[in-house]
Design a protein around this ligand. Structure first.
Ligand SMILES: NC(=O)c1ccc[n+]([C@@H]2O[C@H](COP(=O)([O-])OP(=O)(O)OC[C@H]3O[C@@H](n4cnc5c(N)ncnc54)[C@H](O)[C@@H]3O)[C@@H](O)[C@H]2O)c1
Length: 356
């Protein structure tokens, strides 16, 4: 196997850190870029330095750069100094709700930051594979137009042809996105353009709920991780609207990184894929709360707020057929239960460390 030089942006975050570890294990040279801006977005609970320290201990060839993706000249210098074979772009303002308070920063990070990286790649590493982590929020609330049926603990699609979930043909305009969805949609389109217009090996993954043990879970981002945190350390979880029956599909960060790896081994320029846990890993809020209560043996304190979050999905399941067809070796390897078990173990050990 040819050893590669890989740039991971957002390397102290959930997906970035999983990518760093995965590719470092294979002896590739991994450069991680992260300025811990998650702390600026979400306060102390969003601080990612613990994860950076963990990565430094766990890896062999990883190096870290504290750089802001909005800093165009800084990004240019980084790309001038070395040629990259793969860029895994995970740095973002990742919250739907937070964007409302910081619309300019949100756009600068998500849209312009992505553009800075794409252009630096085009100028200095044009042969590189570029993977952009987009989001299902680019579809705005269009998925809510699908016919739904109300079951005892969840909403579901009413039509059998929708059973597998939302595919990439769902429209992305003329819909309510939230500012976050709009800034990501801008980046998503520009990334596709670098693939289609310039012929670069760009991939766009539209994520469902990406999850795993390395999330610095906060109320505004990282729902399973935050649920587990509240279950184990107390506090009250708020469920917004849709009777708590809204459905999310959850994918472990490892399976996300495996998808990135599959694409990078056999890139198809400008492609867009929905990437989530699919129907098998879908859960409603009510179901997730019940399962976490069973698994932790603790009652979760939660309250119901009747008003749904603006632009929130009622039932979102990623249809994975396109990616599965293009990359048949890829599959979901972590079930929802195993994701939760791992999160509970991690949260318990973090609490032990804090209380020692
Ligand atoms: N987690 C999810 O449920 C989910 C769902 C759909 C899409 N996504 C997308 O996947 C990507 C990764 O998500 P994640 O959950 O790992 O997010 P995360 O918040 O855990 O990680 C993002 C990292 O980027 C860093 N960062 C933010 N702004 C930066 C900047 N200006 N310069 C440098 N670094 C910066 C943060 O400090 C953080 O460590 C994001 O693009 C996100 O929008 C995530």
């Amino acid at each position: 196997m040819k050893l590669k030089t890989i740039l991971v942006t957002g390397s102290s975050g959930l997906i970035g850190s999983e990518a760093v570890e995965h590719f470092d294990r294979q002896d590739h040279k991994v450069v991680g870029l992260d300025n811990n801006m998650r702390r600026e977005f979400f306060g102390e609970a969003g601080d990612t330095l613990w994860n950076l320290e963990r990565l430094k201990r766990a890896t062999k060839r990883f190096s870290h750069v504290s750089l802001d993706i909005r800093n165009r000249s800084g990004i240019e210098e980084l790309f001038k100094a070395q040629r990259f074979d793969l860029i895994v772009h995970c740095a973002a303002q990742p919250s739907h709700d937070k964007a409302r308070d910081i619309p300019l920063v949100d756009f600068e990070v998500n849209a312009l930051g992505t553009m800075n990286l794409l252009e630096a790649t085009r100028q200095h590493s044009p042969e590189a594979v570029f993977v952009f982590m987009s989001t299902n929020k680019v579809y705005g609330d269009a998925p809510n137009e699908m016919a739904m049926t109300e079951l005892e603990t969840r909403w579901d699609y009413a039509r059998t042809e929708d059973f597998e979930g939302v595919d990439e043909n769902c429209r992305i305009d003329r819909t309510l996105h939230s500012l976050f969805g709009a800034s990501k949609a801008a980046a998503d389109l520009v990334a596709q353009e670098y693939g289609r217009y310039f012929g670069m090996k760009v991939c766009v993954f539209r994520g469902g709920c990406l999850t795993g043990p390395s999330h610095s879970g906060v109320e505004l981002h990282g729902f399973l991780s935050y649920l587990v945190k509240v279950a184990l350390s107390g506090g009250t979880y708020s469920v917004f609207g849709y009777k708590g029956k809204q459905v999310r599909d959850n994918i472990h960060s490892h399976d996300v990184v495996r998808a990135i790896e599959e694409f990078s081994a056999n890139p198809r320029p400008g492609e867009v894929y929905n990437l989530g846990g699919g129907r098998g890993n879908s859960t409603s809020m009510l179901e997730a709360i019940e399962r976490i209560e069973q698994m932790t043996g603790r009652k979760l304190d939660w309250r119901y707020v009747a008003e749904a979050r603006k632009g929130d999905h009622i039932c979102y399941i990623s249809n994975l057929s396109k990616f599965r067809t293009h990359y048949p070796k890829w599959r979901i390897t972590r079930s929802l239960d195993s994701i939760l078990e791992e999160m509970i173990i991690c949260e318990r050990s973090r609490q032990t460390v804090v209380s020692v």
